[in-house]
Design a protein. Structure first.
Lengths: 517, 325
């Protein structure tokens, strides 16, 4: 246990150390973020002007599909799993994850799954082109042959997520330092415990969905075909039974991150810790019973529309409790605005906008108008980008000095924040308006009246994309040349077991558990 | 706060570097690339020989890696490297794995519920919708679904003639179904025997566990062997049932949603019974040849028995919604 990391590449391929595996996850997810981001750049370049300029409609469809799949399954989810790997053992005083070899298995399945997924771009008939939600019959009867590879890729991703989540649950349930009761756990640990539960619960359902797709395409079954007595809408129900918990899988760890960062820079304890825990649990519970709000226009019975509308609106209550708690934490705090705090405040502000538009979309009669328009695109990018990605940027700046023992360039961090903030809002705020005015999503061409806002949106997207390269540069520069820091508490207001360890972190921490009071 | 020793706390074993995970990932990758290519070669009538080689090679590599991996963990435990805390981690891991399996079957049971209570009746005109009766005239919903909407129209050709573009082949209803034939024919009804086999095997397994806890090794081995015989008999009867379905009942994978859901639920259950039986077989070999379990420490066996009870519970649910009602 006293040895350091192995020399050479075997350190990474054969890793059992949670910090190494966390690092692998984080770099993998960032590379997927750049790949998925480059697809977004292609989409925005095509939409820069009305008419078809750069790419064929079928390739446009492949780009929207691959962008969504890679960002959701390849960038955001692995980023938070990596953060969980790195931080949860440190936060609960554990020597490592509970099952370190399986941890490595969870990681190495991902590059394989995404190599398979990305290779579909070069196959005959092209990559999946049916949208990241892969609705039948687009993904069955009308799918390109590469859909088979997509299906097995999803299976591998699911396997990785399930094993990763089982590991996280076992770690949190079993490896907490003596004295750390559940209600004394840091909020990031709490949100990940609940997220891992959601993952174990819904990834198998996704596996079931793609299995039935496979059988419909190749083995003559008729689950999603009315000719044999099946129902294409059944696919949507299964997909969203997975998909709605999935969006909370993405956002709950982000809640956890900002719940760590805001108290640090407000120099106050988190306001309403217990209510934060209960709100997280409530959101997770509700996520299982609201799925069909994604399908208001599909022709459900009225009673279904009403039920899913009211149930969805209930989610606003625990979510608002969280937002008020973050604001109240800052209230009368002695606030400083370092980069992690800037991203976290922007998170609270922009995620709330995404929450409000979600409330608008939850109103079934109004959703008849909004459905499948750019309003929906704007809504979920406010939660996915300004929610998940902003909080991820915050987390990297927040813990990077702890991981590397080097301080990042604060001015460059602030520049990254402000360009990201500007670029993001320039991209997605106008999309609310063009959506309300009726521009449909997933279409490579559009009517002339949407031209100005689309051009603004594309310029914003290029700015946001470029700012991520600055982020990459800042992180690499920090690791290589950053100013050395050995203080245990990088941030004077920080609390938690990870800040009791030296900077940079030794290869093994907490080989014997600390006494937690 | 940090660095203090807690005297009644054992060091948690963190394994050294391991080849297992990366090899298992490569094996799974080869397997799925082979499976996808092979399945595509069947559907699109291309040469799939390379793909099948990849699939089989990947499976063999995976089997080898998993056997090695489990051997390593067993040796670690026998060497006394596993603290009570690590053993709890393994237990938690298995419990949550079974929960994920529960959710996998939950999906398929949900599909059956939806098709039978909602979309099936809607297809024949129930509810407020008006399109279905126009699209599928003459279709009458019943369960088991013996005549599909395509049959009601007069088959695939009639469907194409009517301008239905979204079809993916022939979906002709089955000639006969697998539903409960009534008590007079109970003894000729395979699911009855299968239920008897699987439920009693679960009971035998509990007897085995009880014997192990009281350190009666011979009794343990006998009951475990009985469980295995009954478990594999179940699998054989299931194969007989499928053979009958195809050769006598006219019940195929493409026999509408009845055939689809029948084979989906019983097929995945049967596959899980196979896996459970193989896991139990490994435990049997470990007990007979390696004498590896003790009355106190036999988690491999316990995990296998949890899994076996899980497939048993799934079967009981299945008997009710697939065969009886």
């Amino acid at each position: 246990m006293s040895h350091g990391p192995a020399k050479g590449l075997s350190r990474w391929f054969l890793a059992t150390n949670h910090k190494d595996i966390g690092t692998l996850y984080l770099w993998f997810s960032f590379s997927m973020f750049l790949l998925g981001g480059s697809f977004a750049m292609i989409i925005r370049a095509e939409l820069f002007q009305p008419g078809l300029q750069l790419i064929e409609p079928n390739f446009f469809n492949q780009m929207t599909t691959m962008h969504g799949l890679i960002m959701v399954f390849g960038a955001i989810m692995p980023a938070f799993v990596g953060l969980a790997n790195y931080m949860i053992p440190l936060m609960i005083g554990a020597p490592d994850m509970a099952l370190p070899r399986m941890n490595n298995f969870s990681f190495w399945l991902l590059p394989i799954a995404f190599a398979i997924l990305a290779s579909t771009l070069f196959m005959d008939g092209g990559a999946p082109n049916f949208g990241w939600t892969f609705y039948a019959p687009l993904s069955t009867t009308y799918a390109p042959p590469s859909v088979t590879y997509f299906i097995f890729g999803i299976h591998i991703m699911g396997l990785s997520s399930i094993m990763g989540s089982i590991n996280i649950i076992a770690t949190i349930m079993n490896l907490r330092a003596p004295g750390m009761t559940l209600m004394k756990m840091p909020l990031f640990v709490w949100t990940w415990l609940i997220t891992a539960f959601l993952l174990v619960a819904v990834m198998p359902v996704l596996a079931g969905a793609v299995t039935m797709m496979l059988m419909d395409i190749h083995f003559g079954t008729s689950f999603f075909s009315a000719a044999g007595g099946g129902d294409p809408v059944l696919f949507q129900h299964i997909f969203w039974f997975f998909g709605h918990p999935e969006v909370y899988i993405i956002i709950l760890p982000a809640f956890g991150v900002v719940s760590e960062i805001i108290p640090t820079f407000s120099r106050k304890p988190l306001f309403g810790y217990a209510s934060m825990v209960y709100a997280t649990a409530a959101i997770a519970f509700l996520s299982f019973i609201v799925w069909a709000h994604h399908m208001f226009t599909v022709g459900m019975p009225l009673v279904g529309e009403l039920y899913f509308m009211w149930a969805t609106m209930l989610i606003a209550i625990p979510t608002a409790a969280k937002v008020f708690n973050w604001i109240t934490t800052m209230f009368k705090g002695s606030i400083t605005f370092e980069t992690p705090m800037l991203f976290s405040i922007a998170f609270v502000f922009l995620f709330t906008i995404g929450g409000f538009t979600g409330l608008m979309l939850a109103i079934a009669p109004a959703d008849m108008q909004y459905h499948d328009t750019y309003f929906v695109v704007a809504h979920f990018h406010y939660t996915m980008v300004a929610g998940a990605i902003f909080s991820m940027s915050a987390a990297i700046y927040y813990w990077l000095p702890k991981w590397t023992g080097r301080m990042y360039n604060e001015s460059m961090g602030k520049v990254h924040f402000w360009i990201s903030f500007l670029g993001f809002n320039l991209t997605f705020f106008p999309q609310h308006f063009i959506g309300l005015a009726g521009m449909p999503r997933r279409i490579p061409d559009y009517a002339l009246q949407f031209a100005d806002f689309n051009m603004i949106s594309s310029i914003g997207a290029f700015i946001y994309g470029a700012s991520q390269l600055l982020f990459l540069y800042n992180v690499i520069a920090t690791i290589k040349y950053g100013e050395k820091t050995t203080v245990k508490k990088t941030w004077e207001g920080a609390n938690g077991l990870e800040w009791t360890q030296p900077s940079p972190l030794p290869y093994h921490t907490f080989t014997t558990p600390p006494e937690f009071k | 706060m940090s660095g203090q020793h807690n005297s009644d706390y054992q060091t948690y074993y963190v394994p050294e570097q391991s080849w297992m995970a990366i090899l298992a990932s490569i094996a799974l990758g080869l397997m799925v690339i082979g499976a996808a290519g092979g399945i595509n070669s069947l559907t699109y009538k291309t040469d799939g020989s390379t793909s099948w080689v990849l699939l089989i090679g990947g499976m063999m590599l995976l089997a080898g890696v998993l056997a090695t991996w489990f051997t390593i963990t067993i040796r670690e435990n026998l060497a006394g490297m596993n603290s009570a805390q690590l053993k709890r981690s393994y237990r938690l891991g298995m419990q949550w794995f079974i929960f994920s399996e529960v959710m996998f079957f939950f999906c398929f049971f949900g599909v059956l519920l939806y098709l039978r209570t909602l979309s099936g009746p809607w297809l024949s005109g129930d509810g407020a919708g008006v399109m279905n009766t126009i699209l599928w005239p003459n279709f009458v919903y019943e369960w088991p679904l013996m005549a599909t909407p395509q049959d009601a129209m007069g088959g695939l050709d009639a469907q194409n003639a009517a301008g239905h573009l979204a079809n993916n082949g022939v979906h002709k209803g089955p000639a006969q179904n697998m539903a409960f034939p009534g008590f007079a024919d109970l003894l000729h009804w395979l699911p009855f025997w299968n239920t008897l086999l699987l439920v009693s095997s679960s009971v035998f397994l509990e007897f085995a566990h009880h014997a192990l806890k009281h350190d009666k090794r011979r009794v343990f081995n006998l009951w475990l062997a009985a469980t295995l015989v009954f478990g594999f008999s179940f699998v054989i009867l299931q194969i007989v049932e499928y053979h009958e379905a195809y050769s006598e009942y006219g019940l195929f994978l493409n026999s509408g949603v009845y055939g689809a859901t029948f084979f989906l639920l019983t097929g995945f259950h049967g596959f899980h019974v196979c896996m459970g039986a193989c896991i139990l077989l490994v435990q049997f070999c470990r007990s007979v040849m390696g004498r590896q379990f003790t009355a106190e420490d036999h988690f491999g066996f316990e995990a296998a028995s949890w899994y076996w009870h899980f497939v048993d519970v799934v079967w009981i649910c299945l008997v009710f919604v697939v065969y009886l009602f």
